[in-house]
Design a protein around this ligand. Structure first.
Ligand SMILES: Cc1ncc(COP(=O)(O)O)c(C=O)c1O
Length: 349
């Protein structure tokens, strides 16, 4: 389907949004003359310094091109040849990366059914029984998403508890932070509070869903892992030759808390949408709204009517759950227009 400016705002994905003007400006500002390739440029030095400023002096940041690639590079650092990753069954690495982890990393995913998409320390402990048994894959990494694929968020304490459970068993904790900014905005905390301070070993910091063009960072907090990143990034096809334009985008998001302003706004628009459907007959929330995702249960007739005009994804056809996403550029008017149409569709049943 072609989307043009006459089409209503999409609620399908924060990836449908354009690029934040400050990020575009940063790209333009970097577009002067020549610069060394593959990260030897001054914009990449600035980005590396910003990562240390935001996540602490021990944090090493590596710019990459997309979220799935960030996951592959980050996870590859921690895996051996017969290893397994413990993750929620809703994890993006398990459901939406076309088997990249299995194929490219040669790893077994030990997927766990969860409440609200969130792994608990007991889920880790319950999956350690095969350690040392040569008949079983060896869990070495726990991977969670922040925010989760169901729009919920792990608090700093919940992350710290998962890190403790993982570390106690000799495993490392990886966070798919495609929407890390939305989680920090939800708690009103620093990015460092839900990563470095909580005991995470490796995580991705998502830029694309937060207003960038194609920019994510792999951030390594365990110093024993950093030396391998340049090689694994290259091998994973995630090393940008004109790196300055990727680094400049990430620095723009990390300057003056642009990441927070973008994420907090997207989150507020999700809350506005969730509050707006509270009194619509037949419509209910399927998950708590803690980031920029609203999961709602709708009669299929309402879903069909709305999908003639709006882009969004049915999440579970069997239960009638749909996913609506907001973005940094979703306006209150976009949400209110959508709510009007939801109410009209419900009234016409
Ligand atoms: C939680 C999560 N992780 C990773 C990704 C992958 O990002 P990309 O599509 O940029 O590879 C996505 C994309 O939707 C995501 O939602």
């Amino acid at each position: 389907m072609l989307i043009d400016s006459t089409y209503p705002k999409s609620f399908a994905s924060d990836n449908h949004a354009g690029v934040h003007p400050d990020v575009l400006e940063a790209i333009t500002a970097a577009n002067h003359g020549d610069a060394p390739a593959y990260g030897g440029d001054r914009w990449t030095s600035v980005f590396e310094d910003k990562i240390k400023e935001v996540f602490g002096p021990g944090a090493e940041g590596f710019a990459v091109l997309n979220g799935a690639g960030a996951n592959m590079v980050g996870l590859a650092l921690m895996l051996g040849r017969y290893d397994a990753i413990i993750c929620p069954d809703s994890a993006h690495i398990a459901t939406h990366e076309a088997g990249a982890a299995e194929r490219l990393l040669g790893v077994k995913l030990m997927t766990v059914p969860t409440e609200q998409g969130k792994l608990r320390p007991a889920d880790i402990e319950a999956r350690l029984g095969g350690i040392g048994n040569p008949h079983e894959s060896q869990p070495t990494v726990v991977s969670i998403s922040q925010a989760t694929e169901l729009g919920t968020c792990y608090s700093p304490e919940e992350i710290a508890d998962l890190a403790s459970a993982a570390h106690a068993a000799g495993l490392r904790l990886h966070v798919d932070g495609a929407r890390l900014a939305n989680a920090a905005a939800h708690f009103g905390c620093d990015l460092k509070a839900i990563t470095t301070d909580a005991g995470v070993d490796v995580f991705s910091f998502g830029g694309t869903k937060n207003g960038a063009l194609a920019a994510e960072a792999v951030v390594v907090l365990d110093p024993s892992l950093t030396d391998a990143v340049p090689f694994l990034r290259r091998q994973s096809l995630q090393l940008a030759s004109k790196m300055r334009f990727i680094s400049a985008q990430l620095s723009a998001l990390l300057t003056d808390d642009l990441w927070r302003r973008n994420a907090a706004h997207a989150n507020q628009m999700a809350v506005r949408l969730a509050e707006g459907i509270a009194d619509v007959p037949g419509v209910s929330l399927a998950q708590p709204v803690q980031s920029n995702a609203v999961f709602a249960t709708l009669p299929s007739a309402i879903t069909e009517t709305l999908r003639r005009r709006y882009l969004f994804h049915p999440w579970d056809e069997a239960t009638g759950v749909v996913r609506w996403m907001t973005a940094f550029d979703t306006t209150p008017e976009h949400v209110d227009d959508f709510l009007d149409d939801i109410r009209k569709a419900a009234a016409s049943l």
